[in-house]
Design a binder for this molecule. Structure first.
Ligand code: NAG
Ligand code: NAG
Ligand code: NAG
Ligand code: NAG
Length: 571
């Protein structure tokens, strides 16, 4: 009761103010489940807010990105330089003038400005932020968080900033690295089993479901074992708050890739003060899984581990800073694998859009960005049996400018696994590269389909690829066990893309870069997965969800599993 009453007050306040000069910009009715309101943040608490300014021509960048990534286009794979990208992303002079005038009139100064000039950072007391933006900054706690986070359910902008400021952050976004979906405890995590220490290095082809090894994946997808030769072709694994252990990686390779040098290492790159200590036992399940399968599949490809600072509190900033790094660093990797995400709603629309714009900028350079599609079927990232009636999408997988990777199980036949995340974004519209296969899929839904009305069929559909995602052997802290999820599928897909890039670079050709238009244009290069139902592993089998079908489907994608043939893809 009390909460509802407060909300009404807040709304009437926002409406009253908007009549003069404030316009409601972002609003949510309540915090996502799991977050508890601990009362107003003290007025004198200093808040650091980031302002995302409108780019001068994001539509132009998207159009250009489609032109350079669509097979047959005269500009195919003419990836852009950071300077060319900046010409689209940087704010217009009118936007900068409006923002500067606002700052000056309130005696405010920004402290940090992003390389493209579209993000500005401002530190101010909570009382001033509440007044300027008709906000109610409040402390929220979450069982997974050590300290409260400060958020507001509503934010207004002075009318003179309207159309110029797209995001103020953190305000209505609640995604945090500790409340995230794809990190431990991963629902499909199976306790590390000491008996698995005798796991075979070769694939147990009689029953591969007992455990997936690099050898199983190589056999299934025709992945070459010959090491890559190109040095300027790094595969990056990103990490938000976890560490990858070199000792675990080397033990993994010794056991599962005895044909490779056992001393493989990776370059750690730190963002936002991220670290990667190597004391025994501090390795994270997700980080070790990701680096081990990147190395185990992308034989000989240089590896990078991007450790983004363990600011438990803010996954949005982590994603944003990663996108900016990728779009601007002089020597970027060619492929990036990310097994983190949260439900779209946790980011809020304006922040999700701005982060997705950042990925468009990064992939326009020719960097392939692969993201796990989530482990909750049509009910988001959670495989917890909650929300079984709702269709919820996972971000960043739902961004049209990244490649979303789902999961399959079994060899013969290989089928979509029931937890694999997939469906239709609530925020992002559908890009031309997928409209035909998606409309073909939609025609397979019977008139009585129980999910009708629970998703927007005109929106971005995902995933774009799918491959094995259960019972992967990993080495964690010197012990061997099995783990699964779309988190496992993603570094494998990324490793395959890196190997193709290696062959392309060797032939003097441009790398694959933004993958989706190419993937959807080459169904023949992939095996189609036609069986499966993505209710979410712990939802009742009868709950509304999608079924796999011939061609693209929201479980395993149109061209689902790589029927991997490097030569056919490099020609
Ligand atoms: C609210 O959060 C601020 C900033 O983290 C902190 O200084 C303050 O002690 C918190 N207050 C309560 C009541 O949790
Ligand atoms: C691995 O060992 C080989 C052979 O001793 C050596 O040539 C190579 O430089 C080592 N690589 C790394 C990354 O340490
Ligand atoms: C990184 O560390 C420096 C020095 O301790 C500190 O000033 C800065 O705020 C930190 N940055 C982040 C993003 O945590
Ligand atoms: C999903 O598959 C697992 C076996 O992999 C099974 O135990 C579970 O019952 C399935 N869930 C549904 C909803 O079919």
């Amino acid at each position: 009761m009390a909460r509802r009453f407060n909300l009404l007050l807040l709304l009437s306040f926002a409406l009253a103010v908007s009549a003069s000069s404030l316009i409601l910009h972002e609003h949510r009715t309540n915090a996502p489940s799991g977050f508890a309101n601990q009362g107003p943040t003290p007025a004198n608490h200093m808040l650091t807010l980031r302002f995302g300014l409108a780019s001068n021509n994001m539509a132009g960048l998207q159009e250009k990105l489609l032109a350079i990534s669509t097979p047959g286009s005269p500009e195919f794979r003419k990836w852009l330089s950071p300077e060319e990208i900046k010409s689209f992303v940087s704010p217009s002079p009118a936007t900068l003038t409006a923002f500067t005038a606002f700052l000056t009139s309130h005696n405010l100064k920004t402290s940090t400005i992003s390389p493209f000039g579209d993000w500005h950072t401002l530190t101010l007391p909570v009382s001033k932020a509440n007044t300027l933006f008709s906000a109610t900054f409040t402390n929220y706690t979450h069982p997974a968080l050590a300290t409260p986070i400060t958020r507001t359910l509503s934010l207004s902008l002075p009318s003179e900033l309207s159309g110029h400021v797209e995001v103020v952050h953190p305000t209505t976004m609640f995604a945090t690295t500790k409340s995230r979906l794809l990190a431990p405890p991963i629902p499909n995590f199976e306790d590390l089993d000491p008996r698995a220490a005798s796991a075979p290095a070769e694939c147990d082809a009689t029953n591969p479901a007992n455990g997936i090894t690099p050898a199983c994946l190589q056999a299934l997808y025709n992945i070459p074992k010959t090491p890559a030769t190109q040095k300027n072709n790094a595969l990056m694994v990103t990490s938000y708050g976890e560490w990858a252990e070199t000792a675990d990686l080397q033990a993994f390779l010794t056991q599962f890739r005895p044909d490779l040098p056992p001393n493989q290492t990776f370059l750690t790159i730190s963002l936002d003060n991220g670290t990667n200590p190597q004391e025994p036992g501090v390795g994270g399940t997700e980080a070790d899984l990701d680096i081990e399968y990147a190395a185990g599949i992308a034989s000989g490809v240089p590896l990078q581990f991007l450790s983004v600072g363990d600011f438990d509190l803010d996954l949005g900033i982590g994603f944003l800073d990663t996108a900016t790094y990728l779009a601007t660093t002089p020597n970027p990797p060619t492929v990036v694998s990310t097994s983190y995400g949260d439900v779209e709603e946790a980011f809020g629309e304006s922040m999700a859009r701005k982060i997705c714009d950042g990925y468009a900028a990064a992939t326009a350079r020719g960097i392939s960005l692969l993201f796990a599609s989530g482990d909750g079927g049509v009910s988001g990232g959670h495989d917890d049996g909650q929300n079984c009636g709702l269709f919820v999408s996972v971000f960043p997988a739902s961004c049209p400018w990244v490649t979303a990777v789902g999961s399959t199980i079994g060899f013969n036949p290989e089928v979509a696994i029931n937890f694999t995340g997939g469906g239709f974004s609530s925020y992002f519209t559908q890009s031309s590269y997928q409209t035909t296969p998606v409309s073909t899929f939609l025609k397979t839904l019977p008139p009585s389909f129980p999910g009708t009305g629970k998703f927007n069929p005109a929106h971005r559909a995902f995933p774009d690829l799918a491959l094995q995602g259960k019972n992967f052997f990993i080495n964690l802290g010197g012990r061997v066990g099995r783990i699964g999820g779309t988190s496992a599928s993603t570094p494998v897909a990324a490793g395959i893309v890196s190997l193709i890039n290696d062959r392309l670079i060797e032939k003097g050709k441009p790398v694959l870069g933004f993958l989706n238009p190419f993937i959807y244009a080459h169904p023949g290069a992939f095996n189609d997965i036609v069986v499966g139902h993505n209710s979410g592993g712990r939802c009742p089998a009868s709950s509304a969800a999608f079924d796999a079908a011939p061609g693209w489907d929201p479980l395993s994608s149109f061209p689902s599993v790589f029927g991997f043939n490097v030569d056919s893809l490099t020609c």
